[in-house]
Design a protein around this ligand. Structure first.
Ligand SMILES: [Zn+2]
Length: 233
């Protein structure tokens, strides 16, 4: 019903050499300052030709990126308002050891939630004892891809979202690592519909956009993610 998993795999192979961080918009200046002072990183040699900042990208570009010296790996900063705008994120996560994480975030080293390395399934959880890294749980990632698909469908940078939804379905959900009951509405219903495959994707996309208030003349997005209520717990 949507682009095959081969597309997603090809996408991963050609675009995965990046360490990506989502930060609160107000922390952008601090984030850039921290990265530019690390001796292992070097400024982008040429923003005009660098693939990371290319207008030909099929994913939303980072707001800032920097290169790991003697490597093809880049480190990118994405603004929360452009990626995870539907959920709370604040400066307290800058010192995560002192923070009780909301239930939709998890430490990247949390072996009780994240799987170990599995063949063909990525690196698995981080080794414990390293610098604390916070990652969204898989259902939040799925919600982000669905919202980005609805927001950017029809644009070049929107091409990646549907293969990534397929990737999560096939590699995460089918392996039992997606808590679909944690998905908020209307995303849960739409994801179920997509899995069942009874509807053309174009129609499904239009209905998703309408449900999220993204169609022209349908007003501002009015539904409130249930995630927001978890802030401050
Ligand atoms: Zn670059």
């Amino acid at each position: 019903m949507y682009p095959s998993i081969n597309d997603a795999t090809e996408y991963e192979l050609t675009h995965s050499k990046s360490i990506d961080f989502v930060i609160p918009d107000g922390c952008l200046g601090t984030g850039i300052e921290v990265l530019t002072h690390l001796s292992s990183l070097a400024p982008c040699p040429d923003l005009k030709v660098c693939p990371v900042s290319s207008p030909q990208r099929q994913t939303p570009p980072p707001t800032f990126h920097i290169h790991v010296k003697d490597s093809e790996v880049t480190v990118s900063l994405y603004l929360q308002s452009e990626t995870l705008w539907f959920m709370p994120l604040d400066r307290s996560f800058a010192s995560p050891k002192e923070v009780k994480l909301p239930s939709f975030f998890v430490f990247a080293s949390d072996q009780t939630v994240l799987p170990p390395w599995r063949p063909g399934r990525g690196s698995g959880f981080f080794k414990p004892g390293q610098y604390p890294v916070i990652v969204p749980k898989s259902h939040v990632l799925l919600e982000a891809f669905m919202r980005l698909h609805a927001r950017d469908s029809g644009k070049r940078i929107g091409v990646f979202a549907m293969p990534m939804i397929g990737y999560i379905e096939e590699y995460v959900d089918e392996d039992g690592f997606l808590e679909t009951e944690q998905l908020s509405e209307p995303l849960a219903t739409f994801y179920k519909e997509l899995r069942e495959g009874g509807k053309p994707v174009r129609q499904w996309t239009e209905e998703l956009k309408e449900a999220l208030g993204l169609l022209e003349n349908s007003g501002l997005e009015s539904e409130t993610s249930s995630l927001s209520s978890e802030l401050g717990e």
